[in-house]
Ligand binder design. Sequence first.
Ligand code: ATP
Ligand code: MG
Length: 440
Amino acid sequence: MELLIVGALNGQIGAASKIAIAKGGQVTLADSVDKALDIMRSGKAIELVMIDVTLDVYKLISSLNNERINVAVVACGVANDTSLAVKAIKAGAKEYIPLPPDPDLIGAVLAAATRENHALIYGDKKTEAVLKMAKQIAPSDASVLLTGSSGTGKEIFSRFIHDNSKRSSRQFVAVNCAAIPEALLESELFGYEKGAFTGAVARRIGKFEEASGGTLLLDEISEMDISLQAKLLRAIQEKEIDRLGGKAPIKVDTRIIATSNRNLEECVQNGTFRQDLYYRLNVIALNIPDLKDRPDDIIVLAKHFIKKYSEVNELPMRDLSAKASELLLNYLWPGNVRELENTMHRAVLMATGDEIDENAIILNNPNAVKTPAPAQDNAPSQVGQTVANVERKLILDTLESTSWNRTTAAILLGISIRTLRNKLKQYQEEGYNIPSSAQG
Ligand SMILES: Nc1ncnc2c1ncn2[C@@H]1O[C@H](COP(=O)(O)OP(=O)(O)OP(=O)(O)O)[C@@H](O)[C@H]1O
Ligand SMILES: [Mg+2]
């Protein structure tokens, strides 16, 4: 992540930069608001600005707003600068960080402002198949349309494609079309010349140009205004862009990855998305399945997040208990991997024993659980579960498929009716609901 530090930070620049670099950030320094603005106008991919609270925070933020430059700003100052802190927040700073800088706080701010961790973790065959396709198509320059529900990993897959392409040494630039106000999106993408509009006091390089040679991720493309879609289409087709107020087009060599969690075909039918643009983007289409449909990812991802957040919070690494695993596997994960990540982050902080047990797992929507389904030909792998869990699931699933007829179920399971009855009695004592049946 690219961090811009503006000002002397009360002599704490060295410490703050060191912390940021240790957390995987890249740091650029500017000693004044004007220099900072110049750096951002040049199209350097700054993701977060830290400004000394004694500088003119208002000027920086209002210039960024006027010049339609979209970047998060946090103010830093010595803890007793409270009136300055309040002023900075009023001017539009996202956070106030007291000095001397606290590594945890800076780490948390950096992590919140971006996602520094790009490791793509998987254990499921379905994910492996998508990944294989992604790897195969990565080297081509064709546009990619990545679809999938919210939180399935579209951004992390986009980075994977970029990292596996010939463009990997160049910029990966992401623009979230839904997060940026419509009026700003055009200048964000294409930039502008000095004087293009009232606030345009200097030339600004847009993301398209910035990503030239590299990859531009257009996140949530379905939210892009239809008139801007026309300009995007031209940029892709002609490989040139027009800066707002510019006299001549500028050649670009930018690979596009677009994501959408809406069905773009439907958007085309509704008239909110241009069909020609859809065809242009859809040269290569990849769909990332919902997390519930790739169950073998759940435990490996959960363990990955336990490790990540144990490290971040300097807590000992703990294992996931069998009951906790079962809970995770039975949940439908409406928020997909992002929800799993948040759940495991919370669990790491909540767990008290030497394991992360089911008490630490707080699900957002505890009713969203799988109902036992009849056994299938292609049963998912049960790696990571205990024999007792698998056995119980098999027995209950079989009973369900026989409408709770115990005799038929015992035959299907290859066990005696007596063994089955004993098992059911045990499950009942453990609190499972065992319906009785008319026969058997
Ligand atoms: N396979 C994976 N391995 C490791 N982390 C993952 C994986 N998939 C998703 N994540 C993590 O889950 C979170 C959500 O992923 P990401 O932002 O890529 O999803 P998205 O599909 O772009 O979501 P949205 O639709 O909300 O934009 C991120 O923090 C990401 O790092
Ligand atoms: Mg995303």
